[in-house]
Design a binder for this molecule. Structure first.
Ligand SMILES: Nc1ncnc2c1ncn2[C@@H]1O[C@H](COP(=O)(O)OP(=O)(O)OP(=O)(O)O)[C@@H](O)[C@H]1O
Length: 246
């Protein structure tokens, strides 16, 4: 029996942005996700960690509506938008046109405001080719922001950036999400990124949710603090990178 529903009514009434139950997804004979039950609240910042090939991107694509599950129910708030590892800008359109792509011309002012929010005030008439990698990714963030998403899907959005820019972008995303409060689903390989940003971290292993851990630290989080290091160690051990502490 296969049932797939993407709707917002039920989720909207009880403070949830996403509700997944009994999700299963296979590609051919290979089961990628199974028995996934997950609820994400409005305003919650949720991170999905896991080794390569465990189905993180597949889960995100299902949430975006780009893949259908083989079984289970997916309910999600209607306004969902994704930021990818690459900025995916259209080279022949100026920055502002990229930000408001598909929106009415009246969105120009909101597009300019979104650019200012990501630190790119005055960049509206620039061409994508003239931007650095970090700037291009800021434009991608502005393009997401201007759509006022209820659910913001981040698919390794900083993975292609240099280490310093990545840290700056993480701080920017923390600030933007604290202000706009979308539900966020961040797929990442970066344990520090998850601990810096997320209210809750799930480790996906072999297609199931192996760990579901709340991060109980105030913002902004100090990456050098002892509790931060404890969370880092916890997730690294769940990922099999360091031995579990005693
Ligand atoms: N369209 C597809 N057709 C066939 N197999 C697929 C398809 N999409 C994903 N897969 C397979 O499903 C598994 C999970 O892929 P997925 O991209 O979701 O993993 P991931 O955890 O995001 O990995 P990574 O961290 O490397 O991005 C992989 O084995 C992948 O080869």
């Amino acid at each position: 029996m296969t049932e797939t529903t993407i709707g917002e009514e039920d989720a909207a009434t009880d403070g949830l942005a996403v509700r997944i139950s009994g999700l299963r997804k296979a590609f051919g004979a290979k089961t990628v996700l199974s028995g996934i039950d997950l609820e994400i609240r409005r305003g919650e910042f949720f991170a999905l960690l896991g080794p390569s090939g465990t189905g993180k991107t597949t889960l995100l694509r299902i949430l975006a509506g780009l893949e259908l599950p083989d079984a289970g129910t997916v309910l999600a708030a209607r306004r969902r938008t994704t930021v990818y590892q690459e900025p995916r800008l259209i080279p022949a359109r100026r920055v502002l046109a990229n930000v408001i792509l598909g929106l009415p011309a009246a969105a120009r002012e909101a597009g300019r405001r979104a650019l200012a929010e990501v630190g790119l005030e005055g960049y509206g008439r620039a061409w994508p080719a003239t931007l650095s990698g970090g700037e291009a990714q800021r434009v991608a963030l502005a393009r997401a922001l201007v759509r006022d998403p209820e659910v913001l899907l981040l698919d390794e959005p900083f993975a292609a950036l240099d280490a310093l820019t990545r840290l700056q972008m993480q701080e920017l995303v923390a600030e933007l999400c604290a202000r706009h409060r979308p539900a966020v689903v961040l797929v990442t390989h970066d344990v520090d990124e998850a601990v810096r940003l997320a209210d809750r971290v799930v480790v996906l292993r072999e297609g199931t949710l192996a760990v579901d851990q709340r991060i109980d630290l105030p913002h902004p989080r100090d990456r050098n603090s002892a509790p931060f290091a404890d969370y880092r160690r916890l997730f690294l051990s769940h990922l099999g990178v360091v031995p579990a502490s005693h």
